[in-house]
Design a protein around this ligand. Structure first.
Ligand code: DLL
Length: 429
């Protein structure tokens, strides 16, 4: 069955399942026949491609991990010869070799299609223009957005990351209607625009497409207010395709996973068992159509929850919540566990605080300590002691934890990320 993007996101779920089952059979066979890594994995546990009759059977297979990508560096996970590969990207982790990913011509078509689907889903048309402030290069953000927007006929302004004053000039002078960038860079861009004498809300921008790093609801609200635009989220990762695995619609009620291409499962990161419907856990993805780099049961490390209810927009595709954190980002201090995003949600409840903060973890003797630095807004003129103690109290109510040190700093003092992904947690232990 051929699926077009008009119908597939609204198919009754049992019909979607038929599409997925057929595709998973193909991708499993393709991976087994062409990637020694998968063949060995299957043979080790005595499973044959024919044993996987549909997505329900995926749980018979082991997970694929980031380490597997590193072990197979650079192209051991590829299932086609290099002459069929037309694009390479890479995802750089904080440590070790990057994960190299490859695409055939058809893979690029799929990528364009899922990106364009996301654009159309938020009302963008070929009449819109998109300023692409994601970096071009090995990172998938730049080319992923560029190709999808070009395929749709939008006018792409390929600024890439950084050079923020120029970004502002382009937005203002060209009357650009949509922009894509990380949420932290969106806020920085607004600040620079203000410094240059523009009110970001007066720009023509109607849509801000953000992703590539976590963003809490208060942070999104701030972006929407600053730019007087609708801010919609995009999730993805290089190993699976890049941006465009899942995208919000205008309901802003979870990101639709394009399930005809990417099959999601959620597991308990400790045990590897599937969690119950609607429970939070680590997202595991299987590519259903990728040729150059088929990936079976990939542990993304990203924590989320899936919602299978039909969306108000009419789409039946499963929706994932914003990523609350990565399983490996969990902060454990003096026996209390929490994610940086939880600290962010609490801190941004305070109107006196700007959406910029950092968390420093250090060790004193045998004790772990956590210092929180938050930035004040321009118009703050209250008592610092009072604000500090209210932030502490609120953190301690919500997270059962109070930082060792809370420092309030002047606007602009926390360093901004101009290219790449923001870092908010610094572990000095
Ligand atoms: O960041 C792809 C992308 C580009 C997505 C632009 C959206 C927009 P990688 O560099 O391989 O790919 O990083 C993937 O980034 O596993 C998540 O931990 C994180 N990530 C991506 N999107 C989101 C999001 C791109 N919306 C890793 N919210 C993923 C939170 C995200 N984290």
């Amino acid at each position: 069955m051929r699926t077009s993007d008009v119908d597939v996101t609204r198919l009754p779920r049992d019909e979607l399942r038929e599409v997925q089952d057929e595709r998973v059979r193909n991708v499993v066979r393709h991976a087994y026949e062409n990637v020694a890594f998968y063949r060995e994995q299957f043979d080790d546990i005595g499973v044959e491609p024919g044993d996987i009759e549909g997505v329900e059977d995926l749980s018979k297979l082991p997970f694929t991990t980031k380490e597997d990508f590193r072990d197979e560096y650079p192209t051991g996970m590829f299932a086609v010869d290099m002459d069929e590969v037309v694009r390479i990207h890479a995802s750089s982790g904080t440590t070790g070799k990057p994960k190299i990913v490859g695409y055939t011509r058809d893979d690029l078509d799929v990528w364009r299609e899922v990106m364009a689907r996301g654009f159309r889903g938020v009302g963008l048309t070929s009449d819109d223009s998109l300023q692409n402030a994601y970096s071009y290069g090995l990172f998938t953000g730049g080319f992923g957005f560029h190709d999808g927007a070009t395929a749709m006929g939008m006018a792409v302004v390929p600024t890439g990351g950084g050079n923020t004053q120029r970004q502002v000039e382009m937005l203002a002078d060209l009357g650009v209607t949509a922009i894509c960038l990380t949420p932290s860079y969106a806020l920085y861009l607004a600040e620079v625009a203000e410094d240059m004498g523009y009110d970001p809300a007066d720009l023509e921008l109607s849509t801000v497409l953000f992703g590539a790093e976590p963003c809490t609801e208060p942070m999104r609200n701030e972006i929407e207010e600053r730019f007087d635009a609708t801010a919609v989220e995009n999730y993805g990762l290089s190993e699976i395709i890049g941006p465009g695995v899942a995208v919000e619609c205008l309901e802003q009620d979870g990101m639709h996973i394009w399930e005809d291409h990417f099959y999601p499962e959620v597991i308990n990161p400790e045990t590897g068992e599937l969690v119950g419907e609607g429970e939070e856990g680590e997202l595991v993805l299987t590519t259903l159509t990728k040729q150059a780099l088929p990936v079976l049961r990939y542990r993304t490390g990203d924590l989320t929850t899936l919602n299978y209810d039909t969306c108000e927009c009419g789409r039946t595709s499963v929706r994932m919540d914003s990523v609350t954190g990565r399983a490996d980002d969990l902060i454990i201090v003096r026996g209390v566990n929490f994610y940086p995003s939880e600290v962010e949600s609490v801190v941004l409840e305070f109107d006196e605080v700007a959406p910029h903060y950092r968390i420093d973890l250090r060790r004193e003797g045998t004790l772990d300590k956590l210092d929180l630095t938050v930035e004040l807004t321009e118009d703050f003129d209250g008592s610092r002691d009072d604000l500090e103690s209210r932030i502490r109290k609120r953190l301690s109510n919500v997270l059962s934890f109070s930082p060792d040190d809370v420092t309030l700093v002047e606007p602009g003092e926390i360093e901004r990320t101009k290219v790449g992904k923001v870092q908010r947690v610094y572990d000095h232990r």
